[in-house]
Design a protein around this ligand. Structure first.
Ligand code: PLP
Length: 378
C-alpha cells in the first residue's frame, strides 16, 4: 500500500507553484542567454532580470535600485552583516538569541575574530525583543549594527519592526531584518520602515530554491561580498540565476495577488489543528504566541509534549507514516542537535517540541491524518 504523504514543513521549504514550474520549463528552453552578453540572447535574459526586479520593487513600494538578487536568505543575511560591519567599521552588534543561524554564526564569527562586541537583546517568554533593553544597549555603545528577524521560523514570534526601526534610527544604528519567513506572506511598505537591509528567499513562498534577494536602503553604501564580474550593478558578482529570478518575481506576484484569501485559508487550517490538538491531547503545550492567530506567524504551529523516552523516535515514526514536520528548523532537525530556539524559549522544561508549518496547499485531511498518527505515537 502506498503511504500517504503529508507535508507540514513549509517553514523549511515550500512546493513550487505548478504555474511557475510550467513557466520555468518554457524559459529553460528559450532564455539561456547570459544577461551580460550584448547580443539579443543576452539582452532577452537581461530584460527578464530587470523586469523581475521592477515587479518585486513595486510590490514592496521601493525602487528597483534597492533590490539585489542573491542565492537566497543565507547569502543576503551574511552580506548585510559582514559588509556593513566591515565598511562602516562597526565595533558593536546586537541580535537576539533566537535569530536564525544565518545571522548568529556570521555575527559570532566576527565576535570571535575580535572585530565586534556582540550583545544579545533581552527577549520575553514569547521571544519578543525588549525595546527598553534595545535602547539601553544602543545608548551605551558606539554606532551599532542591529539584526532582528521579523518572524521566527521555529516559534512564529513576530517582532515590532517599525518600532525597532524607529529606535535604531534614533541612535543612528544600522538595522537589518531577516524577513525570510514573512516576505510574500505579509504586506510590506518599505517606505514606512526604517530598515536598511531585508533578506528574502524564493523557496519559502512557492518559488525555487537557491534564489533570493537583499533589499538595501539608499541610506547605506556597502561594497560587495562576492567579487568578480559586474553583475547586479557591481554589488553581487556571478552570472545571474535568470530562471530563478524570474520565478522568484512570479512567485511573489502570485503570493501578493492572492494574499488575503491565502492568509485566511491558512489561518483556518492552523486554528483547526490547534483545536484538534487540544481535543485529543490534554497535555499538549504551544510555544510562544502560536495560538494567538493574529499575532504569530500564521504558517507556523510549534507544540510540545512532556518528554518520554520513546520520543527519540517520534520524527522517524512520523516520517515512516509519510508526515513531514520538524523539531525546530530544518537545519536543527537535520543536524540532530535540537533547536536553539526551543531551548532558549523554554530552558527549564523537559519537553519534546514539534514544528508543524502550513501552506495554501495544506488541507484539513492532512491535519486529521497527522492527529491520528500522533495519537499512536504520543
Ligand atoms: N532566515 C530564516 C528565518 C530562515 O527560515 C531561513 C531558511 O531556513 C534562512 C534565513 C535561510 O534562507 P535560505 O534557505 O534561502 O538560505
Amino acid at each position: 500500500m502506498k503511504t500517504r504523504r503529508v507535508f507540514l514543513d513549509n517553514a523549511a521549504t515550500t512546493t513550487i507553484d505548478p504555474s511557475i514550474v510550467d513557466m520555468m520549463i518554457n524559459m529553460m528552453k528559450i532564455n539561456y542567454g547570459n544577461p551580460s552578453s550584448i547580443h539579443s540572447f543576452g539582452r532577452e535574459s537581461k530584460t527578464l532580470v530587470e523586469k523581475s526586479r521592477k515587479t518585486i520593487a513595486k510590490l514592496l513600494n521601493t525602487s528597483p535600485s534597492n533590490i539585489f538578487f542573491t542565492s537566497g536568505g543565507t547569502e543576503a543575511d551574511n552580506m548585510a552583516i559582514k559588509c556593513s560591519i566591515n565598511d562602516y567599521d562597526i565595533k558593536h552588534a546586537i541580535t537576539s538569541k533566537i535569530s536564525h543561524h544565518a545571522v548568529l554564526y556570521p555575527l559570532q564569527d566576527l565576535e570571535e575574530e575580535k572585530k565586534i562586541e556582540l550583545s544579545y537583546v533581552d527577549i520575553d517568554k514569547y521571544g519578543i525583543v525588549s525595546l527598553d533593553h534595545l535602547e539601553v544597549l544602543l545608548k551605551s555603545n558606539p554606532r551599532t549594527f542591529v539584526s532582528i528577524m521579523h518572524a521566527n521560523n521555529e516559534i512564529g514570534t513576530i517582532q515590532p519592526l517599525k518600532e525597532i526601526g524607529n529606535i535604531c534610527k534614533k541612535y543612528d544604528a544600522i538595522f537589518h531584518s531577516d524577513t525570510v519567513q514573512t516576505m510574500a506572506h505579509y504586506p510590506f511598505n518599505i517606505k514606512e520602515l526604517d530598515v536598511h537591509f531585508m533578506a528574502a528567499s524564493a523557496h519559502k513562498f512557492h518559488g525555487p530554491k537557491g534564489v533570493g534577494f537583499i533589499y538595501i536602503s539608499e541610506d547605506v553604501n556597502i561594497s560587495p561580498m562576492i567579487r568578480g564580474g559586474e553583475q547586479e550593478r557591481k554589488m553581487r558578482a556571478g552570472t545571474e540565476n535568470v530562471l530563478g529570478i524570474a520565478a522568484l518575481a512570479k512567485a511573489m506576484e502570485i503570493s501578493y495577488k492572492n494574499l488575503d484569501q491565502d492568509v485566511k485559508y491558512i489561518k483556518d487550517i492552523k486554528l483547526y489543528m490547534i483545536e484538534q490538538l487540544k481535543v485529543h491531547f490534554p497535555n499538549v503545550g504551544f510555544y510562544a504566541k502560536c495560538t494567538d492567530i493574529n499575532n504569530s506567524l500564521y504558517t507556523v504551529l510549534s507544540i510540545y509534549f512532556p518528554k518520554k523516552e520513546d520520543h527519540e523516535m517520534l520524527f522517524f515514526n512520523l516520517d515512516i507514516m509519510g508526515i513531514a514536520c520538524s523539531g525546530g528548523s530544518a537545519c536543527a532537525s537535520g543536524g540532530n542537535k535540537g533547536s536553539h530556539v526551543f531551548s532558549n524559549i523554554m530552558p527549564d522544561k523537559d519537553v519534546t517540541g514539534i514544528r508543524f508549518s502550513f501552506s495554501k496547499y495544506t488541507t484539513r485531511d492532512d491535519i486529521d491524518y497527522t492527529i491520528n498518527a500522533l495519537k499512536t505515537l504520543i
